[in-house]
Each structure stands twice: as structure tokens, then as C-alpha cells.
Design a protein. Structure first.
Length: 159
């Protein structure tokens, strides 16, 4: 992808990434964490502001630092890195609010043509996983790197 991203730092396990958002509201520390779920091979993509005093991730803060495209591109870049080292991993992502889920959906819509050759992407619609399509109000997203020359089977992840 040819998108402008922020410089990132990563943990040794490549499960946690951090970067600094820079904009009209100053410098804001951001954190991305790929959390294992109770489904084998499925990781939750958590993203938010890094709490300076606890090092925790806060996914409810609204920064509005004027750089959402660059932030989304940076998140996409960390997905690329993560899936390079965990090629069989499924990644689940959803926003902490409907508005954030909509923002993520719009971001995916913009890069869909670029990632379609490399990623299998599904949207959650009424407790069903269907192939991602533009302009559909999904509740969440599930994706992984495509396996080259393999038969694909749709994920069977129940809620």
C-alpha cells in the first residue's frame, strides 16, 4: 500500500505497536494491540490512546487530531507486519462505538481494491459472516492473509 503512515515501535512479540499522532491538538500517544481471543487463531485488534500513567489502551477517547487517514494507514501497516509473522491468524476488528465501526468500514472501503488480492475480508451482519462489500453497515470485520493456492473455507466463529 502506498499510504503515509506514522513511524511505529513494536514489542518483541509483534503483538503491541505504538506511535505518536501529531496534529492541531499536539502529540498523542497511540497503541495497537493484537489480543488473543478464546477462539484459537483469532486475535482482536484493539486500538486507542495510550494512557501515560498506566500504559493501558483507551479505546473510548476521541482525539480529533486531524489525522484519521494517517492513523488508519498506520493501523493497516501494523496488520501487515502482524500477519507477516502470524500468517494463519484471523483478525477481528470493530469500533468501540457505531461511529468508530463506521469509520473503520469507510477506511476499508478506500483500500479494498489494494488489499483484496492479499486478504480474505468478511463483515459481520446480523450474526452472520459474509464477504465484505462496500456500503454495507457491518457490526465488525474479520480478515486474514489469503493462502496462496489453497481452497478457502469461510470462518465459523460463533458469538
Amino acid at each position: 500500500m502506498n499510504l503515509t503512515t506514522y513511524p511505529i515501535s513494536a514489542s518483541e512479540t509483534l503483538m503491541t505497536f505504538e506511535f505518536i499522532s501529531t496534529g492541531p491538538k499536539g502529540k498523542i500517544s497511540k497503541k495497537i494491540y493484537f489480543q488473543p481471543t478464546h477462539f484459537e487463531g483469532v486475535f482482536n485488534l484493539a486500538f486507542g490512546d495510550k494512557e501515560d500513567d498506566t500504559d493501558d489502551l483507551n479505546d473510548e477517547t476521541v482525539s480529533n487530531n486531524g489525522d484519521k487517514e494517517k492513523i488508519l494507514a498506520t493501523i493497516a501497516h501494523t496488520v501487515l507486519i502482524f500477519t507477516n509473522f502470524h500468517p494463519d491468524a484471523w483478525i477481528y476488528a470493530t469500533g468501540s462505538t457505531k461511529a468508530r465501526t463506521r469509520l473503520y468500514r469507510m477506511g476499508l472501503n478506500k483500500i479494498l481494491d489494494e488489499i483484496a488480492n492479499d486478504y480474505e475480508l468478511f463483515g459481520e451482519l446480523e450474526d452472520q459472516w459474509i464477504p465484505f462489500k462496500k456500503n454495507t453497515e457491518f457490526q465488525g470485520f474479520l480478515f486474514r492473509r489469503k493462502k496462496k493456492n489453497s481452497n478457502f473455507t469461510q470462518p465459523s466463529i460463533a458469538k
